[in-house]
Write a protein that binds this ligand. Structure first.
Ligand code: R1P
Ligand code: URA
Length: 296
């Protein structure tokens, strides 16, 4: 798609009403959203919607698919990877959807607890793991900074646990705190000789400093933080966004194992209805799709 003229620098919206990066506009995105990293995962999940209403791939790599599930509008948005992509997605989606938003991140992670590949992790909370750039010059402080915990929406997380168990997804459903790293490599404690990362002690430090830390990934803390900040002003109530996160264990960091492509696809297929059902069984949200949206 050709890049469109934007109407402002503060909140760029194109002449046809689309946000600059995600490229959706009012009426195209549902109040219930599943966000994933991998667009292929979004397409596999979309096959379990009852009908498709809308699909758009943005020039910056966001894929939005909206359809009906059990008669209710539901969107799946693939965002790619990392904190910035989650930030673009949450903020630009907030610009185009009216009323409360309920967002479930359905992603993959590396386990730093007993959970093995094929298990499911539900985040009760998330914390940030950020590279301390100054440390690499000054050697003062620590090479990585851990933030305090940011809670998920407890009711939504509970629905995810129940649905994963009801749909018998994975061997075990494990709950705990998820570390949201700013890299797949250095700040998740992956070691090697190409870069100076000083991260040999990172995973043990996380396990010591964050009791209940179960997994590492790259978006959940940003999602939970923005959800809590979705009040607009300090201490205003209530937030307009509620968020939770379900993760498939792709990497077992203590056992040094990685999931097979076949098993990861099977698990996505098995978990899709659990994630959808958790969203539609959650407290009713306003349904704000534009009536002009037809079938795709
Ligand atoms: C890294 O491989 C990616 O996988 C995880 C991480 O958070 C990161 O985005 O999640 P997704 O599978 O949802 O992308
Ligand atoms: N995603 C991550 O961010 N880390 C892992 O180890 C596996 C998936």
């Amino acid at each position: 798609m050709a890049i469109k003229q934007m109407d402002s620098a503060n909140k760029p919206i194109s002449s046809d009403g689309r946000t600059y990066h995600v490229e959706t506009r009012p009426g195209e995105v549902a109040n219930r959203i599943v966000t994933v990293g991998d667009p292929q995962r979004a397409r596999i999940m979309a096959q379990q919607l009852d009908s498709l209403l809308f699909e758009h791939s943005s020039h910056r790599g966001f894929l939005t698919i909206t359809g009906l599930y059990r008669g209710l509008p539901l969107s799946i948005v693939a965002i790619g990877m990392g904190l910035s992509m989650m930030d673009f997605f949450v903020r630009e989606t907030r610009m185009v959807v009216q009323g409360p938003l309920t967002i479930v991140r359905f992603g993959s992670c590396g386990s730093i607890c007993d959970a093995k590949t094929g298990d499911v992790i539900i985040a009760d909370s998330a914390f940030g793991i950020n590279r301390n750039y100054d440390y690499f010059d000054t050697h003062t402080g620590t090479p990585y900074r851990l933030s305090s915990l940011e809670a998920s929406d407890s009711m939504l997380a509970e629905h995810l646990v129940q649905q994963m168990q009801e749909h018998r997804v994975g061997r075990e459903v494990v709950r705990g705190a998820v570390g949201n790293a700013d890299s797949f490599y250095g700040s998740q404690g992956r070691t090697g000789d190409d870069f100076y990362d000083d991260n040999d002690a990172l995973i043990p430090a996380i396990q010591e400093q964050v009791p209940g830390a179960v997994a590492l990934e790259m978006e959940s803390h940003m999602l939970f933080h923005l959800a809590r900040m979705s009040t607009g002003r300090l201490n205003a109530q209530p937030p307009s966004i509620r968020a939770a996160c379900a993760l498939l264990v792709f990497a077992d960091r203590s056992g040094n194992a990685f999931i097979s492509p076949e098993m990861s696809t099977q698990m996505v297929i098995a978990a899709t209805k659990a994630v959808f059902d958790a969203l539609v069984n959650d407290s009713p949200t306003q349904d704000g799709l534009h009536p002009s949206i037809g079938s795709v």
